[in-house]
Design a protein around this ligand. Structure first.
Ligand SMILES: O=P(O)(O)OC[C@H]1O[C@H](OP(=O)(O)OP(=O)(O)O)[C@H](O)[C@@H]1O
Ligand SMILES: O=C(O)c1cc(=O)[nH]c(=O)[nH]1
Length: 191
């Protein structure tokens, strides 16, 4: 008797995202648009098995795109969905003995304390990948790209876990930034 081949990390993540995060039903999205399903990636990015898979698979994806830790200094995006994605990448890189910082872009600037829009190690003069949990219009990622540029960082790419194939790629590439995603609607049985 031969054993069934072990599921790859990518297959494991797909199964987890399908189980944990895909919700069917009418929803209003961040952009105000309506949709028949929602992918609540927070249920995966904050899950004990899914989060480490996300960190390693995204790090592999970035490396394959020539955006490994030799080429980039930091990852981060618009709070809140992007936050656990950025820290998953930081920890995946650290587990490989590689240095990668994370940052958080606030939705609104903070009026007290140091009044920073971007929290974490400074992005000024550094090469950055903006991350997302999922992208619909790309508006949230674009907000983060603009905030990093305003703070003096260089945005090389945007990377998201799930691309909903609703215009994010085109909107982001129009900024002169490459766009990468780990999973698509076919992977999640939504196409
Ligand atoms: O590509 P877009 O049209 O911008 O949509 C995708 C964004 O919507 C969700 O965030 P949401 O605005 O619900 O906020 P949250 O991250 O604070 O939950 C999601 O986490 C993405 O950031
Ligand atoms: O566009 C959004 O707001 C959105 C879509 C989705 O599938 N998941 C999510 O968290 N936000």
């Amino acid at each position: 008797m031969t054993d069934a081949p072990a599921a790859t990390p990518r297959d494991q993540l797909i199964a987890l995202v399908r189980d944990l995060a895909v919700v069917h039903g009418r929803v209003t999205l961040s952009s105000g648009k309506e949709a028949d399903y929602y992918v609540d990636l927070r249920r995966a990015t904050l899950h004990h098995r899914a989060a480490p898979l996300i960190g390693h698979l995204l790090l592999d994806l970035l490396e394959e795109a020539g955006l490994g830790t030799a080429e980039i200094d930091a990852v981060g995006g618009l709070t809140l969905g992007a936050d656990p994605v950025a820290t998953a990448l930081l920890h995946a890189a650290a587990s490989r003995g590689q240095d990668l910082d994370a940052f958080v872009v606030r939705k609104a600037g903070k009026a007290h304390g140091l009044q920073r829009r971007i929290e974490g190690p400074d992005v000024a003069g550094r090469r950055v990948v903006v991350v997302e949990d999922t992208s619909t219009t790309g508006g949230s990622a674009i907000t983060a790209v603009e905030a990093v540029r305003e703070a003096g960082g260089e945005v090389l790419a945007v990377a998201t876990i799930v691309d909903r194939a609703t215009g994010a790629r085109e909107a982001i590439e129009a900024l002169g930034v490459s766009y990468h995603h780990l999973l698509d609607l076919t992977d999640l049985g939504l196409a």
